[in-house]
Ligand binder design. Structure first.
Ligand SMILES: CCC/C=C/C(=O)SCCNC(=O)CCNC(=O)[C@H](O)C(C)(C)COP(=O)([O-])OP(=O)([O-])OC[C@H]1O[C@@H](n2cnc3c(N)ncnc32)[C@H](O)[C@@H]1OP(=O)([O-])[O-]
Length: 279
């Protein structure tokens, strides 16, 4: 049943959003597809897909954006010309994402998709990234952030009166370690020095964020890093996150067993149930 639902969503996505082929940019042929809230450029020469969030004014993760996010990831997963690489970056400068839309609450599907994906994912963080924005970046395999002291990143849930569920805590623990996670979550800390604590992997000038992310995936970079393929390293990394993946599989299984008539309301209720279990 879930399989049919997935197929239906994919065909809806490809027909209703429309894929425009043949647009050129630079010397590579690019395919674009654009939804209301997400712009995707697929460079066919390199197989690199760039996903840009465009939900002004602050790129909040509204239900509409999150739904388009799921559809886009699913489309790229089955697109054979995509080498399995995505950059998440904001179409608007200064703000990567303000996190969940404060009037809505539904982000677990995004976490499931990114953690469960076999594609290499890179967050090109070109602005502030609190709460859900930080979660989205943390779910990626690498994080490259604009070097600007005005931009902060972190999980400020405690400051908002939200208790972080276990899967969010596990995600940040994988990156920061146990003690720093405790401090970070207790204080709802937003960091300006995210590189120092390892929350991001690289700080670069603002206008270099996207090109650095792209460079990460080139053969040249691969050679620089002792001939270790980025893809291989990522697979190793994903294997190290085994617990999260087992958890993902478990949650996915659980989600699938729920009849997916999928009105948004049902979805939110299901997610809230997971919230409750996790707490
Ligand atoms: C399990 C995971 C749990 C995750 C939980 C979350 O993510 S909870 C979320 C945690 N997120 C946060 O705590 C983020 C808190 N926000 C900020 O820190 C800053 O807004 C900023 C740094 C993102 C942008 O600064 P800036 O000076 O460039 O811009 P500005 O401040 O002037 O805002 C412009 C407009 O955007 C509005 N708006 C803002 N955020 C949201 C939102 N999430 N949603 C909807 N709307 C939002 C804001 O009200 C204002 O509207 P107005 O009045 O024009 O109608």
């Amino acid at each position: 049943e879930h399989h049919q639902w997935k197929k239906r969503r994919l065909s809806q996505a490809t027909s209703s959003q429309g894929i425009r082929e043949g647009a050129t940019q630079g010397c590579h042929l690019r395919r674009h597809f654009s939804n209301n809230k997400i712009l995707v450029e697929l460079d066919e020469a390199s197989g690199v897909a760039i996903m840009k969030l465009k939900n002004p004014p602050v790129n909040s993760l509204s239900l509409e954006l999150l739904t388009e996010f799921s559809i886009t990831i699913e489309k790229l997963e089955v697109d054979r010309s995509c080498r399995g690489v995505i950059f998440l970056t904001s179409a608007a400068p200064k703000i990567f994402s303000a996190g969940l839309d404060i009037t809505e609450m539904s982000v677990q599907e995004l976490w499931l998709l990114l953690n469960g994906s076999n594609m290499v994912t890179i967050a090109a963080i070109n602005g502030s990234s609190p709460a859900g924005g930080c979660l989205m970046a943390m779910c990626c395999d690498f994080r490259i952030m604009a070097d600007n002291p005005k931009y902060t990143i972190g999980l400020n849930e405690t400051q908002l009166g939200i208790v972080a569920p276990f899967w969010l805590k596990d995600t940040i623990t994988n990156i920061l370690g146990h003690r720093l996670t405790e401090q970070s979550l207790q204080l709802g800390q937003m960091y300006t020095s995210a590189l120092k604590i390892g929350l991001v992997d690289q700080l670069v000038p603002e206008d270099k964020v996207q090109s650095t992310a792209a460079y990460f995936l080139t053969d040249e970079k691969m050679h620089e890093d002792c001939n270790t393929s980025v893809v291989l390293r990522t697979l190793m990394f994903k294997a190290l996150r085994k617990n999260s993946r087992v958890l993902c599989a478990f949650l996915r299984e659980e989600c699938n067993s729920v009849p997916r008539i999928l009105s948004n309301l049902h979805k939110i209720i299901n997610i809230n149930i997971y919230y409750r279990i996790s707490l």
